[in-house]
Design a protein around this ligand. Structure first.
Ligand SMILES: [Fe+2]
Length: 194
């Protein structure tokens, strides 16, 4: 992907009551915009100028370029994986569902393990469902702005557990926010990534 803001495929209030319009306006409109602006600025004159966001996340060493590229990739995948609760399918179908059952026993077991990783992540970071080169699924806990791509895994589904993702709507109740997110996952979109 290019270093640019993704276009949201839904209205800013479409994810309510799971994610409020106000949170989308700050999280997408301010936080992600800042990561995009910073990354554009920081790559100028470096070996990463002109590279895709994915290439930067794969190759950049720890530091401001990596942190901002990771957050552009993380948030782009994050905001594009949601759908209004009334339209969301609530569970995957097809090959992703088969792989989840193969690697986690059941969809419920997967959700429980993924929620535990999200809730248990200390400080700021991300929980990701990611696939290795053989298609095996892994739950990957990433600190701060990292992404599974940095370790050679393909990111499929990500939960942002930075407080900026939920504090306006849930304050300190991260588990409640994580539980609610399952109602707005666009599983068709997520499966396309697998
Ligand atoms: Fe975020």
């Amino acid at each position: 992907m290019k270093i640019e803001m993704p276009t949201l495929p839904y209205a800013t209030n479409a994810l309510e009551p799971v994610i409020s319009q106000k949170t989308i306006e700050y999280h997408y409109g301010k936080h992600l915009q800042t990561y995009v602006d910073n990354l554009k600025k920081f790559v100028v004159g470096t070996e990463f100028e002109g590279k895709s966001v994915e290439q930067i996340v794969e190759k950049a060493p720890e530091g401001p370029i990596f942190n901002n590229a990771g957050q552009v990739l993380n948030h782009t995948l994050y905001f594009l994986q949601f759908k209004a609760p009334s339209a969301a399918s609530k569970e995957p179908k097809g090959k992703l569902k088969d792989a989840i059952i193969r690697d986690f026993k059941s969809f419920e077991d997967f959700k429980n393990e993924f929620a535990a990783a999200s809730v248990g992540l200390f400080g700021s970071g991300w929980a990701w469902l990611a696939a290795d080169k053989d298609g095996k699924l892994h739950i990957s806990k990433e600190a701060n702005g990292s992404n599974p791509l940095h370790h050679g895994l393909k990111p499929i589904l990500g939960f942002d557990v930075w407080e900026h993702a939920y504090y306006l709507d849930y304050q300190n109740r991260r588990p409640d926010h994580i539980k609610a997110l399952w109602d707005i996952i666009d599983w068709e979109k997520v499966e396309e990534r697998y």
